[in-house]
Structures are given as C-alpha cells and as structure tokens.
Design a protein around this ligand. Sequence first.
Ligand code: ADP
Ligand code: MG
Length: 224
Amino acid sequence: AEEILLRTEKLSVVGELAAGVAHEIRNPLTTIKGFVQLYKAENPEFKFNDLILGELNRIETITSEMLSLGKPQAITLEQANITDIIENTIDILSPEAHLKGVQFTFLYEEPEYMIKCEKNQIKQVFLNIFKNAMEAMGDGGEIQIALKRSPAGECIITVQDQGCGIPEDILPRLGEPFYTLKEKGTGLGLMICHKIIKQHHGSIVYQSRLNEGTLITITIPLAG
Ligand code: ADP
Ligand code: MG
C-alpha cells in the first residue's frame, strides 16, 4: 500500500511540473509558429518550411498532452452510457482507421452500461487506447472491442488488437511518463489513461503476445 501511495504522489508532482513547463513553452511557441508561417508565405521556395512547421506542430501536441496531465481538475461527474462514448470515439477515429486499413468491431451484451464519470475524460481514455491499437497494426487488421458486466457490478471493457504486441518486461513500465517505443510518440497517452481511470475507481490490465496482439481490459464501476 505504501508503494502505491508513493507512486500516486510522484505522479501528481510530475504532472504539475509537466503542466507548468508546458504552459511556459506554449506562448513563445505560438509566437514562433506565427513568424514561421509568415516567413513561409513570403518565402514559399524555401524547402524546409514544412519541416519546421511539422516539428513545431509536434511540440504543440506534446505540450497540450503535458498540460492535460497537471490541470487541476474540477471534475463534474454525470451519468453516461459507456456504449455511447465508445461508439462516438470509434466515429472520430474512423477516417484514420479507414486510411490504415483498420476495422473496429464493437460487441456489447446489454445496450446500456451507465457509469458516473467525466464524459470527456473517459472519451480521452478510449481515444488514446484505440489510437495505440491502430498504431500497433502497421498492416491494418481488426480491433475488437467488447463490453460486459461483471458479477460485482462493474463494466468490463476489452480491447483486442492484432498489432505488434508488447514485450513482457515492458508491461510494468506502461504509463510511466515519457515512456515510448515510437519514434514520434510522447509516452504520455497511457499515463493520462491511468490517471483518469484511477479517478474513476477503475483499473487497466495489459496482456500481450509479441507479433500477435494486445488485450487491454478496463474495469469501471457501474453507477448505482
Ligand atoms: P505513445 O503512444 O506516445 O508512445 P503511450 O503512453 O500511448 O505513448 O504508449 C506507450 C508505449 O506503450 C507505446 O510507445 C507502445 O510501445 C506501447 N503500447 C501501448 N499500447 C500498445 C498496443 N496496443 N500495442 C503495442 N504496443 C503498445
Ligand atoms: Mg499513445
């Protein structure tokens, strides 16, 4: 129990630090981006314009993820149906999925799984996890999402992909800040997921086989 407490404390200190740094980087970044855009408009022949803007956009993505880590969250909890949230998330990702040859299948035993939650945060969790699943499948494939109810009155969400898998020795490191195996990754997605799921009194478990795929099981208590 002591170790868990320590880890949580560390997480919030890191989160605050990250958000503070991100906030300070944002304003000068916006200024630089504006000037680069101006430069590009006046010097369209300069061949590194898009490279510079691309890298600036990347810093922007990283800072916005860092900001959402440390935001003091006044969470407003409301009743929401997880089925709707997941369907909505799949819709958002469908253009990207189509391009990558990825197909989502979504099965649920009951039409409604009501939880008490901050809707946008739960959506953020599924966005990050479905994105990771898509990014793990270089040649496309299927992502199977399923919902069911546990005897203890929780909603169990499983996400099975057919991607590259995660080496076993790495599983415990998932959710550590800046831990990424991707060239263009931030290593913040799962950290944000862990934080949000914890706030909702839920859990995340990873099971994986290299070159076969990963199964992620999220458990969230059902309302009432
Ligand atoms: P990022 O996606 O920016 O790298 P994340 O925190 O979302 O950061 O994920 C951390 C790392 O966990 C990823 O770099 C990847 O190596 C691994 N990972 C997460 N989900 C999956 C998955 N479904 N399949 C394979 N690897 C995964
Ligand atoms: Mg990610």
